[in-house]
Write a protein that binds this ligand. Structure first.
Ligand SMILES: [Zn+2]
Length: 164
């Protein structure tokens, strides 16, 4: 309700990687992108303009959205299924885009280094991120499976420049 609360919610975490979101095109099943308008519009009461576009088939959808739902394998505004999902440890491992995937890879890499070098402190943003990750991703017994799952997600990325 307070601005403070919302500001905290926008801090470093999975919701830092919400645009563009790579989704499965509802028309041709190629990779489509969901892009939200300028952040400043979000609190104006009129919602934020969200566009889904697919260069494969020309699918286009634009909506003014007032609510976003974070934390699942769908885009936060339109609810389209994410492109980057894979079954992992009986759950679904997902990322919204290449930056989000790179962040998860870095985070898992830091955990592996931490284990071999216990004195090395993980970067602060990694620790904040960790507090938002599901417990099954944090379990040491699942680490190898999560690393393999992240590699599967990377293989799903569209062939395009890494930072596109
Ligand atoms: Zn399409």
């Amino acid at each position: 309700m307070t601005d403070d609360g919302r500001a905290r919610d926008r801090g470093v975490g999975v919701d830092a990687f919400t645009t563009p979101v790579l989704v499965v095109c509802p028309r041709c099943e190629a990779t489509a992108r969901v892009v939200a308008g300028p952040e400043g519009q979000r609190d104006g009461g009129a919602g934020v303009e969200v566009r889904a576009t697919c260069t494969g088939c020309g699918y286009a959808r634009a909506e003014s959205v007032t609510e976003r739902r974070l934390g699942g394998p769908e885009d936060p505004w339109l609810g389209l299924p994410l492109r980057l999902t894979t079954p992992c440890c009986g759950e679904v491992l997902w990322a919204r885009n290449a930056d989000h995937l790179a962040f998860l890879e870095d985070w898992i890499g830091a955990r592996l280094r931490e284990r071999s070098e216990p004195s090395a402190a993980s970067p602060l943003r990694n620790r904040r991120m960790a507090s938002r990750l599901p417990s099954w991703m944090l379990a040491a017994s699942n680490r190898a499976a999560v690393v393999a799952g992240l590699a599967r997600l990377r293989a799903l990325l569209p062939q395009s420049p890494r930072r596109a």
